[in-house]
Design a protein around this ligand. Structure first.
Ligand code: SAM
Length: 208
């Protein structure tokens, strides 16, 4: 059985080979495959919001999946700029909009909500970790609540969401909030998460 470093290498090398700037793309791929967040068969307008998007693997995954689909739009945001190493011009397309800034600030929120309503909100946003698990968990929970505000205000009826949270602390309150917002809400830990990592994802399907 591969140890953690071999596993890390496996996902990172795969990402490099497949042209993604971060291994985290495989977490979204697993989530999408399990919950069909982006339905290629759907021929309606489809709009996605990607929060905490840098260096840009999730955004690239979405844009590549959009290939050949009409009326698809992606809006992404992060404190940092996106990497242009692998996008082959996809980040210059008219169906893509990027905002660099803090997603918890009202003026950034307004800019992002203006591009909605969205059919899917994905958030891999995570606070810079301090190594102190209680502090990191508290910060992640507070960021997750901010992200839920986007689902509340910017997600269309029937829309879905995938949201990263650090486990520990009051994650139950996040799940409770999601159960109020969505017909189905559950947690899911992709295989591609490092085994020692305490992150998990909450998935909301069918905004009420
Ligand atoms: C794990 S990385 C995301 C990786 C990304 N999904 C990808 O596949 O390339 C987490 C990101 O959350 C961003 N972030 C954390 N807090 C944020 C905030 N308040 N506003 C915007 N971005 C934030 C960080 O800058 C970081 O780039």
């Amino acid at each position: 059985m591969a140890n953690n470093y071999e596993k890390l290498d496996h996902w990172s090398l795969k990402a490099q080979k497949e042209g993604y700037p971060a291994r985290s793309v495989y977490k979204l791929k697993e989530i999408d495959e399990k919950f069909t967040l982006i339905d290629r068969a759907c021929n309606k307008t489809f709009s996605v919001l990607d929060l905490g998007a840098a260096p840009g693997s999730w955004s690239l995954y979405v844009l590549r999946k959009f290939s050949g689909m009409k009326n698809t739009f992606l809006t992404s945001a992060d404190l940092s700029p996106l990497s242009r190493q692998y996008d082959k011009g996809l980040f210059d397309n008219d169906n893509f909009f990027f905002v660099q800034g803090d997603i918890t600030l009202p003026d950034i929120r307004d800019k992002l909500l203006e591009k909605g309503p969205y059919n899917l909100v994905i958030s891999d946003a995570a606070p810079a970790t301090t190594g102190n698990r209680s502090v990191d968990t508290l910060r992640s929970l507070s960021l997750a609540e901010e992200v839920l505000l986007y689902a509340e205000l910017g997600l269309a009826k029937g829309g879905s969401m995938a949201l990263k949270v650090f486990q520990g602390g009051d994650t139950a309150s996040i799940l409770k909030h999601m159960k109020e917002l969505f017909h189905t809400a559950k947690s899911f830990k992709p295989e591609a998460c490092r085994s020692e990592s305490f992150e998990t994802y909450y998935i909301g399907i069918g905004k009420k």
